[in-house]
Design a protein around this ligand. Sequence first.
Ligand code: KIV
Length: 271
Amino acid sequence: MSVHTDVKKVTTNTLQKMKQTGEKISMITAYDYSFARIFDAAGIDVILVGDSASNVMAGHETTLPITLDQMIYHASSVLRAVNRSFVVVDLPFGSYQSNSKEALASAIRIMKETGAHAVKLEGGEEILESVKRILAAGVPVMGHLGLTPQSIYKFGTYTVRAKEEAEAEKLKKDAHILEDAGCFGLVLEKIPALLAKEVSESLHIPTIGIGAGKHCDGQVLVMHDLLGINTEFKPRFLRRYLDIHEQTTAAIQQYIHDVKSRSFPNEQEQY
Ligand code: KIV
């Protein structure tokens, strides 16, 4: 039997066991009660309340505008739906970069006000003090390296990161720094597959890839991309499993037609 079907609740220990046994970890983003309920019941291992909510829920161009209060609203909705999945919540831009005291205060608010199981921060050595302080308070921390969207104005582009040797070397070093600090896992975003392979094989903690190839210990996708809600975003790494945009458009057009033509509601649909 796989770890996946075996456990009533996914924990950091479950994820560690999956890494050891070679069972891949499934992770998806969610931002609200209704979708989180479906994903949890479907058996997803990890739900990420990502700061991508800033893009897909609020319509911002970047993840930078979303606030800690808004993340707490999304995360508490998700947590009310979840029975089995492990839920990680992003610390948003501006809630942890100033100093480790602020980082800990933000992480504590997320844990207390949402019931989350862990937090995720973007960056390596530069956020080490904050990572250590949050971990020392007993809060599990997930790292995030490679394309870190909170630094988009520093990068200037959403293209693949760490193609050059210097950046790849820093990423490898950062991955080990985060593991040594005590992070339970690491998101690797949009980096070459061979680099992700090397990092994944050299770490004891699981790596979860997005645009980082098949050698990561798990995969994560943004739910709006996977379900075809957002159809303009078509990166090479994305596999779309539904076309909700097309199906919803057809359903709404049918509804409009039925209302206008007086076929809805019919005799059975009224009191
Ligand atoms: O915010 C998010 O959705 C993320 C994933 C892309 C990993 O951080």
